[in-house]
Design a protein around this ligand. Structure first.
Ligand code: SF4
Length: 365
């Protein structure tokens, strides 16, 4: 058999091997039992930058609560975010909600079936549009995403930086060239499955790979070099403070603004403080509260210290109790709420705010 991936023989053989393997080894996943493009779309958005095993329970809860685009469009944003809480990359949830409204307004609540209309939805790019339409409707559209980029790189023995425009162009051309005439949804899912389960970033399982005889990277023992290693992320240490401000049995929460991380989610008033060791000083806490919300506060005890990472930041979060100086009394509005512990349990929070909320629920001050 020719080793040239451009030849019809190579492509035919590749498809046959891949499809046979997928029929035997495809994972049983909840979104694989539907051909509803709306539900396939939900699964595709959730799967962006998130592992399959994490997504499964979220998808099941989401699909049960919002089984149609209309029901998603009619829900309030807090409820949508609450169903997303813990999945991360919250912009996806807000875009999903905005897209559902667009589907209702422009398509009478029916998920569009033409490529351009799907591409016009907020948060949908070429990959997602192709994946949804091929998986749900068998449209003949190629896919390129993280798992297939790795697979294509190795099948093409592509040594360049995979993020470069010319690399991306090469992957899209390759993806297009190997598409079968029919059953494209099945074929695209098989490609992603092979990338995720066999052609893994470290120690790919080449011995069980159905296409190893067609893989130059395997033949030349270059699995550790292809794809080219990513540039290492330079982490930055940060220190932040969060305030638990109480009034009677209620706690002050703030909605994160559109330009902030965790946009749309609720959080305790939280701000950066200098990275010195030990306690955050009273003045630093007062300045931070004043900068963030024009609050005059009287800081109390430190109640919790948390460490977590967000993108390239490694954050030490110091959580303090505080009282409001009687001269500032913010009333509730769309970005401020006074919540009871019970209401706090039902509000969409970022991960650290949830940990702090749980802590104060069992150790009320
Ligand atoms: Fe990936 Fe190995 Fe299969 Fe090549 S043989 S596609 S490197 S798993």
């Amino acid at each position: 058999m020719t080793s040239d991936f451009r030849s019809p023989d190579w492509r035919q053989s590749f498809r046959r091997r891949l499809n046979r393997w997928f029929k035997n080894y495809a994972r049983d996943l909840p979104w694989r039992t539907t051909s509803d493009p709306y539900l396939v779309w939900i699964s595709e958005i959730m799967l962006q930058q998130t592992q399959v095993c994490t997504v499964v329970p979220y998808y099941e809860r989401f699909a049960e609560r919002f089984p149609t685009a209309t029901q998603l469009a009619e829900a309030n944003e807090d409820e949508v975010l609450l169903h997303w809480e813990g999945l991360g990359y919250y912009r996806r949830a807000r875009q999903l909600h905005a897209a559902a409204k667009q589907i209702v307004e422009r398509h009478d609540g029916e998920f569009p079936t033409d490529f351009e209309s799907v591409l016009a939805l907020p948060g949908v790019g070429r990959y997602t549009a192709g994946a949804v339409l091929s998986i749900a409707l068998d449209s003949r559209l190629p896919i390129v995403e993280a798992n297939t980029i790795r697979l294509y790189s190795r099948l093409l023995e592509h040594r360049g930086d995979v993020t470069l425009v010319e690399s991306q162009r090469r992957f899209w051309e390759f993806a297009e060239s190997i598409l079968p005439r029919k059953s494209c949804g099945q074929f695209n899912q098989a490609l992603m499955e092979l990338g995720a389960e066999i052609c893994k970033p470290k120690s790919p399982d080449c011995q069980t790979c159905p296409v190893r005889m067609q893989c130059p990277t395997f033949a030349n023992g270059l699995q550790d070099e292809i794809p080219a290693p990513k540039r290492k992320v330079k982490f930055e240490d940060r220190r932040e403070a969060a305030l638990v401000i109480r009034r009677d049995d209620r706690i002050l929460l703030r909605r994160c603004g559109d330009s902030e991380r965790w946009a749309g989610l609720w959080d305790f008033p939280r701000f950066a403080v200098p990275r010195n060791k030990g306690e955050v000083t009273t003045t630093q806490l007062q300045d931070g509260a004043n900068r963030l919300m024009k609050l005059k506060i009287i800081p109390g005890e430190r109640i919790l210290s948390l460490k977590h990472g967000v993108t390239r930041y490694r954050i030490s979060l110091e959580c303090y109790a505080a009282e409001l100086d009687s001269r500032t009394e913010p009333s509730a509005n769309e970005s401020i709420r006074w919540l009871t512990l019970k209401e706090l349990a039902e509000a969409p929070l970022n991960t650290t705010a949830r940990r702090l909320a749980k802590h104060i629920a069992v150790e009320p001050s």
